[in-house]
Ligand binder design. Structure first.
Ligand SMILES: CC(C)(COP(=O)(O)OP(=O)(O)OC[C@H]1O[C@@H](n2cnc3c(N)ncnc32)[C@H](O)[C@@H]1OP(=O)(O)O)[C@@H](O)C(=O)NCCC(=O)NCCS
Length: 164
C-alpha cells in the first residue's frame, strides 16, 4: 500500500464508495451501519457534511457529520479493515475537527457503543466522557448496549494547548 491517503469532501454522488466502506467497516452484530438511503436523506439537510478517504483508487474510510448552531456532531466514522491502524481514523477525525471549527463549532460531540475500540481513538484525540445512555443500541439477537456520549470542547483544547 504505497499511496498516501487523501481525504476529500463527499457528496451524494459519492455514496457508492462510501457504502463500500460502510458495509465493510461496521460489524453487522451491532446494527450500526446506515443504509445508502439514510445517508442520502441526512446529506440533504442543512449543516450536514461527509468526507471520503481514498488510498489510490480504493475507498478506505469516511466520516459523516453535522453542525447545529455552534455544536458539531460526528455521526459516523468508519475505516475498512484492510486500511486500519495506519492513522486513517485519526486523520479523518482531524479533518472533521478542522471543518467543524471552520464552520463555527465550539465543540464536537459523538455517541459510541460502550466497548467499541473506537473509544481509544476518541480518548487519544482529547474527547471526554459527558454521559451514558443506558440500553441505547440494539444489536443482533436482541443484544443491548449502552451508548457513551463524548465531547471535545475546542475552548478547553485551546486552553490546554496554551498551557503546554
Ligand atoms: C474506529 C476506526 C474508525 C479506527 O480507524 P483506524 O484508521 O484504524 O484508526 P487509527 O489507525 O487512526 O488509530 C489511531 C489510534 O486510535 C486507537 N485505536 C484505533 N483502533 C483501535 C482498536 N481497534 N483498538 C485499540 N485502539 C485503537 C489507537 O490508539 C490508534 O493508535 P495506534 O495505532 O498508534 O495505537 C475503525 O476501527 C473502524 O472503522 N471501526 C468500525 C466502525 C466504528 O465502530 N466506528 C465508530 C463508531 S461510528
Amino acid at each position: 500500500m504505497s499511496d498516501a491517503p487523501v481525504i476529500t469532501p463527499a457528496l451524494a454522488a459519492d455514496i457508492a464508495p462510501v457504502m463500500v466502506v460502510m458495509n465493510e467497516a461496521f460489524d453487522p452484530a451491532f446494527g450500526e451501519a446506515w443504509s445508502a438511503g439514510q445517508c442520502l436523506g441526512i446529506l440533504g439537510l442543512p449543516g450536514v457534511w461527509m468526507v471520503l478517504a481514498t488510498v489510490g483508487e480504493d475507498p478506505a474510510g469516511f466520516a459523516l457529520c453535522r453542525i447545529v448552531l455552534d455544536e458539531a456532531e460526528l455521526l459516523l466514522i468508519g475505516v475498512r479493515p484492510a486500511f486500519r491502524r495506519i492513522g486513517l481514523g485519526r486523520s479523518l477525525l482531524a479533518n472533521v475537527e478542522q471543518t467543524a471549527k471552520a464552520r463555527g463549532a465550539a465543540c464536537l460531540h459523538l455517541e459510541v457503543r460502550d466497548g467499541n475500540p473506537a473509544i481509544e481513538l476518541y480518548r487519544h484525540h482529547g474527547f471526554a466522557e459527558t454521559g451514558r445512555r443506558k440500553d441505547y443500541y440494539r444489536g443482533r439477537e436482541g443484544r443491548i448496549f449502552d451508548a457513551l456520549s463524548l465531547s471535545l470542547s475546542f475552548a478547553v483544547q485551546n486552553a490546554s494547548n496554551m498551557e503546554s
